[in-house]
Every structure is written in C-alpha cells, then in structure tokens.
Design a protein around this ligand. Structure first.
Ligand SMILES: [Zn+2]
Length: 91
C-alpha cells in the first residue's frame, strides 16, 4: 500500500494540490474508468479524499445519455440550490 494514500487523489494518485483530474483533453490520460469506480465506492475513501473528489466533481459537467438520469440530476441541482438559498436566508 502507498504510505500517504489518504492524502492522494484516489483517481490520479497525485497529491491533492497537484491533482490532474480537473483538466480533461488529449494531453491527459483517460481516467474515466477509474473515476467511475471511485465514485461508486466513496465509502472506501479517507475524509480528505472524499472532500477532494467532491471538489473535482464540481468542475466536471457530467450529463447522461439516459433522460431519466438527467432528470434525477436536475432534481438534485434544484434541491442543492434551494438548500443554499434557505441557508442564506437563515443568516
Ligand atoms: Zn486527481
């Protein structure tokens, strides 16, 4: 096992501050299979890795070929926006 695993991006295995996963394109290796498995098993990550993966995901504009999944995504986005607005109103 890698000694500092808990402090590395679980997708690219670089330290969080040098993670390559925000950036796509042909200059970077395709890590989509690895990302898919990481996203399906978040319970295996350290707290730091979990925070990092959420940060990286926020840069990705993931959409789905399946319309049903896109509707679920839009629902989650609406709920998250409402939650933010409610929290702001509570201040
Ligand atoms: Zn990474």
């Amino acid at each position: 096992m890698i000694d500092n695993w808990a402090d590395l991006c679980p997708i690219c295995e670089y330290p969080f501050e040098r993670c390559q996963c925000r950036f796509g394109g042909s200059a970077h290796p395709d890590r989509s299979d690895r990302a898919r498995v990481v996203f399906d098993h978040l319970y295996l990550l350290s707290a730091g890795q979990l925070d990092h993966v959420m940060h990286v995901q926020s840069f990705w504009q993931t959409s789905y070929a399946d319309e049903k999944r896109n509707k679920i995504l839009l629902y989650l986005i609406r709920q998250a926006k409402e939650l933010c607005e409610n929290e702001r109103n509570d201040l």
